[in-house]
Design a binder for this molecule. Sequence first.
Ligand SMILES: [Zn+2]
Ligand SMILES: [Zn+2]
Length: 296
Amino acid sequence: MELAYYSDYAVRLVNSEEPARGVDTLTSADAVRELFGNGAQAARRIADADVTRLRSVRARLRAVFEAANEDDEVRAVDLLNALLIEFPVSPQISGHEFRDDNGRPKWHMHIADHAVNASATYTATACMGLAVHLTEYGVDRLGICQAAPCRNAYLDTSTNRSRRYCSDRCATRANVAAYRARKREEREGREGREGPARERPRTDSAAASRTDPLAPPRTNPDAPARTNPDAPSRTNPDAPARTNPGAPPRTNPLAASRAEVTAYRANEDRGEERGEERSTGRTAEAAQESSATADR
Ligand SMILES: [Zn+2]
Ligand SMILES: [Zn+2]
């Protein structure tokens, strides 16, 4: 059993709310059932009260991701430790309903069946998974989406630790916005040179290059190298890739967005020739396809 797999429970719960957009999908016992996923035995105990209980846990789990996002590793760890004490695991080997070909129970681990309610089971499982993920891969692997207004939580599983967005959708949105801003800046620069001399806002060339969606993934040269000498070989290239058979393939959000922006740029250039505003819907699809190919 891969305990780190359960870190997805934490991400799922945190992202059931989008505070900046005023969206909350955790509104009913059915929504709680959805969080648990198919076949979870603990889901049978779900009651209406679990909505409120999980909402309060959600705020605390979000705080863990926010602290990690602000590079406050100690705070992230303290907050998660507090949850771990409050929602302990109680490992049990279970053999319910599933039988192998010879009719024997398919023994597997349940890690928090004896919690007082379904929410406590969910929380203990999520926190255990997140704790394993954090210690195995690093606190900097927990993040908050940088594509405002989205503040979704994510776990960075990219090999070069380059992830900044919760989804391909957000990566695309952020990159197109940055590309448009750069275009606007260039256009204003042209007008400034051709038109009468006037004060223009100074553009920082470093900032401009930082927003180039086609630039390679940013790495901050000023950031201290975060290495823990006691940590197990996080960067071991020989380590087997973690795979969760149920999860959709994890694609590199940056790869997708670069492809999208290339398509977008081509499309916009064509649009400019005709002097018309064009929708990006079709190019987004095209990019999705090309990125899917690139990631395989
Ligand atoms: Zn089971
Ligand atoms: Zn996002």
